[in-house]
Design a protein around this ligand. Structure first.
Ligand SMILES: [Zn+2]
Ligand SMILES: [Zn+2]
Length: 367
């Protein structure tokens, strides 16, 4: 699995330059005002990425894994994405209809060079939420948690996600867990041991604060717990555990600023971030203004070129008659300098998903 990923990343890097000119021409045509009958069709035509990228954070319809896979495979060419990662939703045991990676793995595994699956959102995450509620994180709970995590790995997940430490009510119920909860620390150890990352959704709350305006309570609580200090303890707990903080650019509290991202990236070499920009719900600290990357975000990407990947939170099949999340990020991606596009698009995925970290390889060559 790891070798095929390495080969895949190299192939993407090689093929990227060959098709860039063709795609650049297409983008130019799509972006130019057209006259006459062609106008409507060119305006709505999707704009693909200038160079290939791995889409590292999407979701699927658990009732229709085949349809989700068909839709994602069809989207690859349209987007110039080279691979799509499916994640399970961060869920609780309270919601009926929760599911985990087993729903998607058999179908996605038929396309190992194009699709990958992260798991645990529907089982490990609920175990953490339950442990928070009961206060029991004892040896028996930890044993079951480890067994489930290792079962997912045996089944073929490439990482743990989508996990959450602070998530507003939506498709799944409101969820909070301390980011340094014993089961999160254990997950970091398991992730480090197996060379796979953790994909974490966590609204940024540096200090306890009232629920941001515009969100309803209930179902959300009136007060949010502080979480950044706990998150830093998780990051420091096992520096070999690669942790991806999802949704940079899609901020629900106002505190996921480029400055906070910068401080944490500087302090924690095992921290990575996925870039997301939802055209339908900008939230706070949106990375684009009038379609252009804001300078403070561009500077952050340039200062930490090895730490960002693309994770748009796109759903498959694509929701009908609305702007797609992937498109907004591709428009951002296309504004990046070519070397940064290459890193954020494909190379960083190889570091994050490529097996044991350099420091754990004991002189062996890490991917
Ligand atoms: Zn999320
Ligand atoms: Zn997500």
């Amino acid at each position: 699995m790891k070798r095929s990923l390495e080969k895949f990343v190299k192939a993407v890097a090689l093929s990227g330059t060959a098709i860039v000119a063709v795609l650049a021409a297409r983008v130019l045509i799509a972006g130019q005002p057209q006259s006459g009958a062609g106008k409507m069709s060119t305006e709505t035509e999707p704009v693909p990425a200038l160079t290939p990228y791995v889409e590292a954070h999407t979701h699927f319809d658990d009732k229709d894994p085949e349809g989700s896979v068909r839709s994602a495979l069809a989207a690859l060419g349209r987007q110039n994405a080279s691979k799509i990662f499916f994640l399970t939703l961060p869920d609780t045991f309270d919601r009926s209809g929760s599911f985990d990676a087993e729903v998607m793995l058999p179908t996605a595994k038929k396309y190992p060079d194009k699709l990958a699956v992260l798991g645990g959102g529907g089982s490990l995450n609920p175990m953490i939420m339950k442990s928070v509620a009961t206060g029991d994180a004892g040896p028996e709970v930890q044993k079951k948690f480890r067994e489930r995590a290792e079962e997912l790995l045996r089944e073929g997940v490439v990482g743990f996600g989508e996990m959450t430490a602070e998530h507003f009510d939506g498709a799944t119920p409101y969820q909070y867990a301390p980011a340094d909860h014993p089961l999160f620390l254990l997950l970091a150890d398991i992730a480090a041991q197996h060379g796979v990352p953790i994909d974490l959704h966590m609204e940024a709350v540096p200090e306890a604060m009232p629920l941001p305006a515009g969100l309803k309570s209930p179902p959300n609580p009136p007060e949010l717990h502080a979480n950044i200090a706990a998150f830093e303890r998780l990051l420091s707990h096992n520096p070999r555990a690669r942790i991806i903080w999802a949704h940079a650019g899609s901020d629900g509290t106002g505190f996921r600023t480029p400055d906070l991202c910068r401080r944490l990236l500087l302090a924690h070499p095992n921290l990575y971030m996925e870039i997301k920009a939802d055209p339908l719900t900008h939230g706070k600290n949106y990375p684009l203004a009038d379609g252009k990357i804001k300078p403070e975000w561009l500077k952050l990407f340039e200062d930490f070129p090895d730490r960002f990947i693309i994770g748009t939170d796109q759903h498959y099949p694509e929701p009908k008659d609305q702007q797609q999340r992937w498109q907004e990020i591709v428009l951002l991606f296309n504004q990046l300098p070519a070397d940064l596009r290459r890193k954020i698009g494909t190379e960083n995925i190889a570091h994050i998903y490529g097996g044991p970290s350099a420091s754990s390889a004991k002189g062996g060559k890490a991917l």
